[in-house]
Design a protein around this ligand. Structure first.
Ligand SMILES: *Cc1c(COP(=O)(O)O)cnc(C)c1O
Length: 359
């Protein structure tokens, strides 16, 4: 059985090299006679895994010591409430940019803690685009501005960070984290569930600027949900095996050439797909061109029957997990870092062939 061309939106494809290495040391980690998942999270082997992952992240993102890195459980979804629980008081306001289902979930959670100003929404166009900074209705003195850098379901992505005039930026980067270089200095907090671009499910990476963290002035936050609990130490048992796999993915990412390498590769993959979609009107992209995502490419075919046929035939060509989210319909090809150019070529060859037979 050969490996599939896997376009899963998440949990998503992992690099084969990483899976092979994990397999090779699964039962006997570096000649210790135990699996990494059978060891103390405070022992020397796991301590090394944890610090390797942190050091990789620092190098990849050019992080200086004014940022805390945390590996937290509960996925990105817990971050929706944890951010507001820590950084938003009852009489305070945070600005949220609403560009899709994940933004909406973040907004819903934040409303339990304080005032939420919707600085922009593209709901009226079924979230087919993201805003320009000039469209944002920001609150002076908001505690933070929250946005979703890549909208996994609707296939849109911010080309660059929104301009917030000094208000701390808080970003859900779950589905484009480490897919391109970013200017980390712009962020008060950036978080990502691991299972799109970083590893298997089970952990969220949360990176917080120390001065932003120091601004938490609320009391009564439950211990596990208080970010200060996790700053600079392991408070409790982390998901060790997941973080081990994340450390391998980060090592792989650095060996390949870091964020510049992946930005080029991801651009190439996305251009190949979008140019195939745009070459006539058989395929129709669902996102506005200027807002198109380089991670999740969403498109429709002329009829739902053809879409169903497309998915069925794609599977016989070893092209899997292409069904769009139910709120958009159609097809979604998720092409995160671990998706190889050869997989995208296999998909676009199939698309051209399918169009010539059914167009
Ligand atoms: C997948 C996803 C989430 C949800 O992540 P969980 O880890 O399942 O909670 C949140 N935001 C974005 C942008 C996502 O793609």
């Amino acid at each position: 059985m050969k490996r599939a061309h896997n376009f899963s939106a998440g949990p998503a494809a992992l690099p084969l090299d990483v899976l092979e290495q994990a397999k090779a040391e699964f039962t006997n980690y570096q000649n210790t006679g135990s699996s990494i998942m059978e060891m103390s999270h405070r022992g020397p082997e796991y301590t090394r895994v944890d610090s390797d992952a942190r050091e990789s992240l620092k190098r990849i993102l050019n992080l200086e010591d004014n940022y805390e890195i945390m590996f937290l459980q509960g996925g990105a979804s817990l971050q929706f409430l944890q951010i507001a629980m820590n950084f938003l008081g009852q009489d305070e306001t945070a600005d949220y940019i609403n560009t899709g289902a994940w933004s909406q979930k973040a907004i819903k959670e934040a409303k339990a803690f304080g005032n939420v100003n919707i600085a922009f929404t593209s709901e009226d166009s079924n979230f087919s685009r993201v805003p320009n900074s000039s469209e944002l209705k920001l609150t002076p003195n908001a505690n933070f501005v929250h946005y979703t850098s890549n909208n996994t379901i609707f296939g849109t992505q911010f080309a660059t960070e929104p301009e917030t005039n000094g208000i701390p930026l808080v970003c859900d980067a779950s589905s484009d984290f480490l897919s391109r270089p970013i200017d980390i200095k712009k962020y008060g907090l950036i978080y990502a569930g691991a299972q799109k671009n970083l590893g298997p499910s089970g952990v969220a990476v949360v990176i917080i600027r120390k001065d932003f963290l120091a601004g938490i002035n609320k009391t009564g936050i439950p211990t596990m949900l208080d970010y200060r609990t996790h700053a600079g130490k392991l408070f409790h048992t982390p998901p060790t095996f997941t973080i081990y796999l994340v450390s391998l993915v980060l090592k792989w990412l650095e060996e390949k050439g870091g964020l510049d390498y992946f930005e080029n590769l991801n651009n190439e993959k996305a251009e190949l797909l979008y140019s195939t979609i745009d070459s006539d009107d058989f395929y129709r992209g669902t996102a506005e061109v200027a807002s198109r995502s380089k991670m999740n490419v969403t498109f429709r075919l002329p009829t739902e029957d053809l879409e169903q046929q497309f998915l069925t035939e794609a599977k016989t060509h070893n092209l899997v997990s292409l069904k769009g989210h139910r709120s958009v319909g159609g097809i979604r090809a998720s092409i995160y870092n671990a998706c190889e150019l050869s997989s995208v070529k296999a998909l676009t060859d199939f698309m051209n062939d399918f169009r010539s037979k059914n167009g």
